[in-house]
Design a protein around this ligand. Structure first.
Ligand code: G3I
Length: 305
């Protein structure tokens, strides 16, 4: 294949990117988007603050523009995200207890229901585990509604859109030997054993010199897949430049290709200048939309996979 999406399709996989609705009027951006990518994740437009700015008043205009773009280019969609400690609307940030639990479930029912049938996979719950060595849940207002908030979220999502794959998504879960990775693994194992509806685990994969691609990354993906879930690389970006950056992107791509249940990978933006951390130049296209060495490394890996 001569494009990322085309090359990934050789092995039945997709290649995606995060998309911002505000950039859909940029023809360089949309040109690369429609040429290269077969999966789209709205970067911010499906988050809780965007879709329910006032309680029980839903706002879908920006997200729907991205859905329309996906439809027009024949790409699929990853929904991001139904329940997260961050980017909650103001009215939700101050809620606790039963009222918050009900508001979360209502949010999931409404938003996943609105997009029913249009979403390949939902990041149902995002970033629910703590960093560091504790292996604990991250403290948040959602967590304080009770440990079962995550499974309640997955059950509500399944009821609202039975055709969507339901994923847990997190970062710093790439190194098999980290406590956070082990904790997420045990949750997925528990959910599978008790029949809680979970279909997939997303590995954000935001890498930099402090958090490089771990040597056991492929092992981590395979171990999760062995629990009976699909795995995806959901927000890939790698700080750096030149050959070193290209080598790291190749390693990540080859790890996904080596795991049959790694169904696809998504980069967190198109051009370096589109990135949430633009100074890290962490993406596959430069600010002018030109292909970087990292692009060629990924394309070659996909074509040889
Ligand atoms: O839309 C407003 C705009 O009106 C205002 O003028 C501007 C001023 O700062 O802010 C704009 O909102 C910003 C939004 O991005 C859109 O650009 C928010 O302040 C900013 O916080 C938000 O950042 C996003 C971040 O999530 C928020 O947590 C990034 O774009 C987005 O890339 C990032 O994505 C997250 C994933 O969802 C979860 N995993 C980590 C990843 C990177 O942080």
């Amino acid at each position: 294949g001569s494009t990322l999406g085309g090359a990934a399709a050789r092995t039945g996989r997709y290649f995606g990117t995060a998309v911002s609705a505000s950039k859909l009027s940029d023809s360089v951006y949309t040109g690369i988007l429609s040429r290269e990518f077969t999966m789209i994740t709205p970067e911010n437009e499906m988050k809780m603050d965007a879709t329910e700015p006032n309680q029980n008043q839903f706002s879908y205009a920006n997200a729907d523009r991205i859905v329309d773009q996906a439809t027009s280019q024949g790409a699929r969609l990853r929904g991001h995200t139904l329940a997260w400690y961050s980017q909650q609307p103001g009215w939700m940030q101050s809620m606790e207890g039963t009222a918050l639990r009900q508001a979360m479930l209502n949010h999931i029912t409404q938003v996943a229901g609105h997009y029913r049938g249009k979403i390949y996979a939902w990041d149902v719950v995002n970033e629910a585990f703590a960093d560091g060595g504790s292996g604990a849940r991250r403290d948040s207002n959602l967590q304080r509604t009770g440990d079962d908030w995550i499974e309640a979220a997955f059950r509500a999502a399944r009821a609202a859109d039975p055709g969507a794959k339901l994923c847990y998504n997190d970062y710093n879960t790439d190194d098999w030997n980290q406590a956070k990775t082990q904790a997420v693994y045990r949750m997925v194992q528990d959910f599978k054993s008790r029949g809680v509806p979970i279909d997939c685990v997303g590995f954000q994969s935001h890498f930099n010199s402090n958090s490089p691609v771990p040597s056991n990354y492929r092992t981590t993906l395979q171990n999760f897949a062995d629990l009976g879930v699909d795995v995806q690389i959901t927000e890939l970006d790698i700080e750096g430049s030149g050959t070193t950056q290209a080598d790291n992107f190749r390693t990540v791509t080859q790890a996904c290709l080596a795991v049959p249940r790694c169904t696809g990978m998504t980069v967190w933006g198109i051009r370096d200048t589109d990135s949430w951390r633009a100074s890290a130049t962490p993406l596959l296209f430069d600010g002018n939309g030109q292909k970087k060495a990292a692009y060629t490394a990924v394309l070659d890996a996909l074509n040889n996979g």
